[in-house]
Design a protein around this ligand. Structure first.
Ligand code: 5GP
Length: 173
């Protein structure tokens, strides 16, 4: 299996700085609760929060949809909920990649029902051509083509999360 670079480490670093600056300005004087969707978002979230110039609290949820397959099953269930109180909080959901939109729309629905002061989404990657349900992304890293990508937290059967760049898997011929 060969991984070809799609987004370099430098491009990622510049984009994370850019997003963190915008988010820090938007939430100036506010307290932020950053909610990462496990597992894929942990690398992006770690870099993002360290570039914010505002304090934040962090929590995580785990939603399952993919398993070992590279196509969505269409079903989303919550495997791990956050322990933080959401009511009255400014919540920023951090997602690695928005594909069909099913995961994010399900999580937004759950969190919105808990009456946050605000609820926004920061997604590292967006594969908008594959969307099945409309979902608003407030802060977007990169729009990518309809290819299965790995690296920077994203896996293929738990491999490749450690890559510092985003790449496309190519099967050996
Ligand atoms: P959605 O619910 O939007 O269809 O899927 C979101 C989840 O599917 C992401 O959090 C991610 O775990 C997985 N996913 C979607 N596209 C890709 C991809 O190209 N590569 C990897 N590694 N995971 C993906």
């Amino acid at each position: 299996m060969k991984v070809t670079t799609l987004i370099s480490q430098e491009e990622i670093s510049n984009k994370v700085n850019e997003l963190a600056l915008i988010i820090s300005n938007d939430y100036a004087e506010k307290e932020l609760l950053v909610v990462g969707i496990l597992k894929g978002s942990f690398v992006f979230m770690a870099d993002l929060i360290r570039n914010l110039s505002i304090p934040c609290r962090c929590d995580f949820v785990k939603l399952s949809s993919y398993g070992k397959e590279t196509v969505s099953s269409g079903e989303v269930k919550m495997d791990l909920d956050i322990s933080s109180r959401v009511e009255g909080e400014n919540v920023l959901v951090v997602e690695d990649i928005v594909d069909t939109g099913l995961t994010l729309s399900k999580l937004k629905e759950i969190l919105a029902s808990r009456q946050p002061a605000s609820l926004r989404v920061c997604a590292f990657l967006d594969k908008s051509s594959r969307r099945k349900v409309p979902v608003e992304i407030d802060y977007r890293g990169f729009e990518i083509p309809d290819k299965f990508v790995v690296g920077y937290g994203l896996d293929c059967d738990e491999q490749f999360r450690y890559l510092p760049y985003v790449g496309i898997i190519e099967e050996d011929s």
